[in-house]
Design a protein around this ligand. Structure first.
Ligand SMILES: [Zn+2]
Ligand SMILES: [Zn+2]
Length: 134
């Protein structure tokens, strides 16, 4: 049996369920992730789209982007919940919206080339200027 994780936005209007089978996870320091979250970086975990589903509030979503790639926010409180990426094949869950603890942990810092100068990375995870190479 697959273990399922739940997640939700700040106000609770949007809930989701995702299999605890993330393929990868990282902390992204790119300027887009910094702006969409208002944070120094965005911890996200990637999974095949079919293993993620909304369980409440799918009519409350604010979608920024198009059918093949977008950010999905709660239309009421604005939380960034997930991004649809890789031509719609994968979902990048914003890990800060998870309620349950996933098995995976972020394994790298990516897009450190555009990191905020005011933030210092204080762990030993590998750092890459862009995507993880290979
Ligand atoms: Zn909300
Ligand atoms: Zn990013």
């Amino acid at each position: 049996m697959t273990r399922n994780l739940t997640g939700k936005c700040f106000c609770g209007a949007v809930h989701y369920e995702v299999a605890d089978e993330f393929a990868y996870a990282a902390n992204c320091h790119c300027s887009n992730c910094r702006r969409t979250t208002g944070s120094a970086f965005k911890p996200f975990a990637g999974i095949e789209r079919g293993k993620f589903r909304l369980t409440a509030g799918d009519d409350r979503l604010l979608i920024f982007g198009d059918k093949s790639g977008h950010d999905a926010h709660c239309g009421r409180c604005g939380s960034l919940l997930y991004s649809l990426v890789r031509d719609g094949a994968y979902v990048h869950v914003a890990m800060g919206t998870l309620v349950d603890d996933p098995s995976i942990r972020p394994t790298a810092h990516i897009f450190v080339g555009s990191k905020a100068k005011w933030f210092t990375i204080a762990d030993d995870l590998p750092q890459y200027d862009g995507h993880v190479p290979g």
